[in-house]
Design a binder for this molecule. Structure first.
Ligand code: NAD
Length: 495
């Protein structure tokens, strides 16, 4: 397999015009994953021009025909699932069981969106005047600029690309700098599925150059971004100035509540998966565990024992459950939060160190970490860490648990374990988050339900489901007057 990847512009695989490249290495063992174009604004400009040119033709292709290309892409992804997933593990480290899940999410999105090509439902409604008909239809917006993070290298790009293409938009995507290989794989698949040249374009490069060039480009009509709240703010500022539609899916500080009546074994499985799956590098990761005091000590014992037993290693070996962090920088950030936690007076009950046994010393492994005695005001209870660090908070009852959960600037995912159905429904009503799981971990979104969060987690949009079309389409209201005369709304109406 060649290690040399290129941009995909106007249906051709091309290097950056400057000829500059950048290497990506496996965070588990430092092996070379690939050499990628280190693109600049001039590369982005060419891709946007190709997308603009293709838009005029693509929007005229009937939506069911556009969707058939996405269906074909889903079939190809299914055939290549194993190869895509293994490359993804090499690219960003998470274990292969999880990268298979990531690829599957892309496949699910392809088939779901293929069906949406025959729906894209609009609205018909009565109108106030006789011999007149009213409806509202979805129209494409134009060129979509997509900027994606590295933690879901296939799922997140497909959440954006497939609905945009079904809607009739054309696309320029800038993948995360750590994970361009998976997006290049997606490009090969869309090419083979018969998506015409210029409809889908990839420009690899950094956020500071290619990302910024997308924000400022007058021919990009909608920007869809997933990433950190800090970069999201910047994108909203520039997009706001240019009156662009901007959709933002940002960070989280998700909590799992365990009440005294819960099935504790089930809650334990949930928190292990939520906190340490993807090495804690999920926007929906469980970062806070809120325990009712009656079961606090018992549950903490169970948790510390089980977290200590998790096996760390190269994600391509299926005997391991936790892979490395994505980079040395990410590991330093996580470690600095452990120092913050200690300084703030939380009790380090497990981990808090690099993991460097055997082959793991070549990678960026970090031990599963548990802090006890965490107070809601501490930084480790408030800031997104994006690593395998769990902050445990003790509360007196369900009301306090929900208050503590809501005491956050983020609001993406949330979870409550209880057998009390009344309490569970109340929690669903009172928890401030875009997603709430009852008796399940903070992780587990399916592609046909809306995905997104409240507060600093975003700006009100929802990906997944049909709600994603509110990002990638414009509404047009249409009136047909077949009366043959001028009828004035609000004036010629009989009371
Ligand atoms: P990041 O914000 O550093 O980068 C995301 C993308 O933005 C990358 O492609 C990056 O190159 C680009 N970028 C950086 N600076 C830019 C700029 N000035 N202009 C334009 N683009 C720029 O995030 P990350 O480290 O890749 O991902 C982790 C973050 O993503 C976490 O905060 C996580 O919670 C969040 N995330 C959110 C969701 C969600 O759906 N809510 C899903 C996954 C990840």
């Amino acid at each position: 397999m060649s290690h040399h990847f290129q941009n995909y512009v106007a249906g051709k695989w091309v290097p950056a015009k400057s000829g500059k490249t950048v290497e990506n290495r496996n965070p588990a063992d430092d092996g070379l994953v690939g050499v990628f174009p280190d693109s600049a604004a001039e590369d982005l400009n060419e891709a946007v021009a190709a997308a603009r040119d293709a838009y005029g033709r693509w929007r005229k292709v009937p939506a069911p025909a556009r969707a058939l290309k996405i269906q074909r892409a889903g079939e190809l992804m299914r055939e290549r699932k194993e190869e895509i997933s293994r490359q993804m593990t090499r690219e960003m480290g998470k274990v292969v069981a999880e990268t298979r899940g990531d690829t599957q999410e892309g496949i699910d999105t392809a088939f779901y969106m293929a069906g949406e090509g025959r729906r894209l439902f609009g609205v018909t409604t009565p109108v106030e005047l006789p011999d007149k008909f009213g409806m509202a239809v979805r129209r494409p917006i134009g060129v979509a600029g997509l900027i994606t993070p590295w933690n879901f290298p296939m799922a997140i790009p497909t959440w954006k690309v497939f609905p945009a293409l079904v809607a009739g938009d054309t696309v320029v995507i800038k993948p995360a700098t750590y994970t361009p290989a998976t997006v290049c794989e997606l490009g090969l698949i869309l090419e083979e599925a018969g998506v015409p040249p210029g409809v889908f374009n990839i420009v690899c490069g950094s956020g500071g150059t290619v990302g910024e060039a997308i924000l400022g480009h007058p021919d990009v009509d909608v920007i869809s971004f997933t990433g950190s709240s800090a970069v999201g703010r910047r994108i909203n500022e520039v997009g706001g100035k240019n009156l662009k539609r901007v959709s933002l899916e940002l960070g989280g500080k998700n909590a799992q509540i365990v009440l005294a009546d819960a099935d504790l074994d089930l809650a334990l499985e949930g928190v292990l998966w939520g906190a340490y799956g993807t090495t804690g590098q999920r926007c929906t990761a469980t970062s806070r565990l809120i325990l009712e005091e009656k079961i606090h000590d018992e549950f903490v014992n169970m948790l510390v024992g089980a977290a200590a037993a998790l096996k760390l290693g190269n994600g391509l070996d299926e005997s391991f459950q936790v892979g490395p962090l994505v980079s040395a920088a990410q590991r330093e950030t996580v470690h600095s939060y452990v120092d913050v936690g200690k300084e703030e007076g939380a009790e380090l009950a497990l981990g808090g160190e690099f993991y460097e046994e055997g082959e793991c010393k070549k990678g960026f492994f970090y031990k599963p970490t548990v802090f006890l005695g965490v107070k809601p005001t501490m930084r480790i209870a408030r800031e997104e860490i994006f690593g395998p660090v769990l902050s445990v908070l003790k509360v007196g009852d369900a009301d306090e648990a929900i208050r503590v959960l809501n005491d956050s600037s983020y609001g993406l995912s949330s979870s409550i374990y209880t057998r009390d159905v009344n309490l569970a429904f109340r929690a669903v009503e009172d928890i401030e988050a875009g997603i709430t799981y009852v008796n399940g971990p903070t992780i587990g979104a399916e592609v046909h339900l809306p995905f997104g969060g409240v507060k600093d987690t975003g700006n009100g949009h929802r990906e997944g489901s049909f709600t994603v079309f509110d990002i990638f389409t414009e509404w047009k209201s249409v009136y047909f007057d077949y009366s043959g005369k001028l009828q004035r709304a609000q004036i010629d109406v009989e009371e």
